[in-house]
Design a binder for this molecule. Structure first.
Ligand SMILES: Cc1cc2nc3c(=O)[nH]c(=O)nc-3n(C[C@H](O)[C@H](O)[C@H](O)COP(=O)(O)OP(=O)(O)OC[C@H]3O[C@@H](n4cnc5c(N)ncnc54)[C@H](O)[C@@H]3O)c2cc1C
Length: 480
């Protein structure tokens, strides 16, 4: 480490102590990865515990002209938390305090390192929960959820992260601390929360978040439906919503995924069906009864083979365990996986599932599908062994074709995982140069020097007027 970065490491060590400034090879290697297959280059890692420490770290990095990458739990699937060219990673993992719950207004301030699931567990006794529930919720942080505008199975009915962030505290790239939004129902001035939520760490570091809490539903029922064709399952998804029912969750799993999960979780999933739907309805007992009846009737009209209704909380938890551990079950097929989380209009589900089948067959890769069918948010998981260069190459080719097929069907690049590094060069498929320039200008208004998480979200060479953003190239060969 040389020059400004070396000097910065000394200053940060003096601030945080040697155990909270990591620049050894092990740490630099670990923090050069996240849940994706992107490999980056990490210079040093700071582990602050307070907003004041984050602000001082940011001011020091500003003075030294060093790039900063914020990081939560590192479960991201698009390379967002992976630093690309050395620089400073600010990990928020030690900032895990929750404030007092405001029960009258159903909200709570939390630090960004608090894990998603811990919020719901902490407020359950008050009859509340935090609705966005990524499948990674036992591991991912609220700061990372804000960074990616995370979704989850229950976001179909309840909305994604941005709908649950009432306010946030942001440390700007020069170390200045600002608060956006807050308890007031209609805060004056521009509402900039939506710029920060989903910005993937490119506008500053989020150090506190005011979360909206949602009452626990009085009743809930979970059903598992199985079909002998993906087309019947897809048609059922559309038809349920066309009946005017928005289930709390409406998830699909194909046969490959059911096989992998069943071996692992033993939830009694039918492994001979082409597709399974996990449908959850909630509300009052009467609403749940009505919705269950409608879902069953619609499913029978579309060829469902069996409808299994969870008898009790234990069975319901088992079905959700099967859904939420699905990504991990892929390890039974291959040691690694590669996926995109593109979205298509719900009405195009049949076509995209057929296209994914054709693409993955042509490229001779194993694909397991498990996804948020209700909002058309796909997760075609291509199982791969990264030590096999040929299989890896075929997986990349298949991923590329799947992205393009989704866009061709009127879809978009990401439903919840973000753009990060993985999808940034696809951005011109959905935005013209004027759109991209406008986004670059918004980013530059927050980060004039282009030091916040450079190389993420916007494609290489995107400019704001005459001024280019940091033109970080992903170095050849560092992806996997
Ligand atoms: C098994 C598995 C299942 C998953 N299921 C889902 C799912 O259902 N829904 C879903 O949305 N995602 C899912 N994900 C992806 C991932 O868990 C989410 O993207 C999550 O929001 C990332 O949180 P994190 O704390 O790990 O963030 P990280 O990966 O550390 O960071 C993600 C992004 O946020 C930025 N960031 C992190 N903290 C801050 C901060 N304090 N201030 C500013 N920027 C910050 C980072 O720079 C990066 O760009 C899954 C991942 C796995 C491995």
């Amino acid at each position: 480490m040389t020059g400004g970065a070396g000097h910065l490491a000394d200053r940060l060590r003096a601030l945080l102590g040697p155990e909270r400034l990591l620049d050894g090879n092990l740490a630099r290697n670990l923090y050069a990865h996240d849940g994706s297959i992107v490999t980056g280059d990490c210079g040093m890692v700071a582990l602050p515990e307070t907003t004041e420490e984050v602000a001082t770290c940011m001011a020091m990095a500003h003075a030294a002209g060093v790039e900063v990458t914020p990081r939560g739990s590192g479960t991201g699937l698009a390379g967002g938390a992976v630093p690309l060219e050395g620089g400073l990673v600010i990990s928020l993992a030690r900032m895990r305090e929750m404030g007092e719950v405001d029960t009258a207004n159903a909200c709570v301030w939390v630090q960004p390192g608090v894990l998603n699931l811990d919020v719901s567990m902490a407020v359950e006794h008050l009859g509340l929960h935090y609705a966005p529930d990524p499948s990674s919720q036992a591991a991912c942080s609220i700061g990372g959820n804000v960074g990616t505008n995370a979704g989850g199975p229950h976001c179909l009915a309840y909305g994604v992260t941005v709908q649950h962030v009432l306010g946030l505290e942001l440390v700007r790239p020069d170390g200045q601390v600002v608060v956006l939004g807050g308890e007031a129902p209609d805060p004056p001035g521009f509402d900039l929360r939506g710029v920060v939520v989903g910005a993937e760490g490119t506008v500053g570091v989020v150090t506190r978040v005011l979360l909206r809490l949602t009452p626990l539903p009085p009743d809930v029922r979970t059903m598992l439906l199985d079909f002998m064709t993906v087309a019947e399952a897809s048609a059922t998804v559309q038809a349920i919503i066309a009946e005017g029912i928005i289930p709390a969750a409406l998830e699909m799993m194909d046969r490959n995924m059911a096989l992998a999960v069943e071996e692992f979780v033993h939830a009694g999933l039918p492994t001979d069906a082409a597709a399974l739907l996990l449908v959850e309805v909630d509300g009052t007992r009467a609403e749940v009864d009505t919705a269950t009846g409608i879902v069953e009737a619609v499913a029978h009209r579309h060829g469902v083979r069996t409808v299994r209704v969870a008898r009790d909380e234990e069975e319901r938890a088992l079905l959700w365990k099967a859904r939420k551990t699905a990504f991990g079950a892929v390890a039974r097929v291959r040691p690694s996986y590669y996926l995109h989380d593109c979205v298509v209009p719900r009405t195009r589900l049949v076509e995209i599932m057929e296209a994914i089948g054709e693409i993955t067959a042509r490229e001779r890769v194993i694909c397991l599908n498990v996804f948020h069918a209700g909002d058309g948010n796909l997760h075609p998981i291509i199982a791969l062994d990264r030590s096999d260069p040929d299989e890896t190459e075929r997986a990349m080719r298949a991923g590329d074709q799947i992205v393009r097929a989704c866009i061709a069907l009127g879809g978009t690049l990401s439903g919840e995982h973000g753009i990060g590094v993985e999808k940034r060069e696809y951005m011109p498929l959905v935005f013209d140069s004027g759109d991209l320039e406008a986004q670059a200008c918004v980013r530059r208004a927050f980060d004039p020097d282009g030091r916040m998480n450079p190389g993420k979200v916007l494609p290489t060479g995107t400019r704001c007027g005459e001024v280019g953003l940091a033109d970080t190239q992903v170095p050849e060969g560092t992806w996997i």
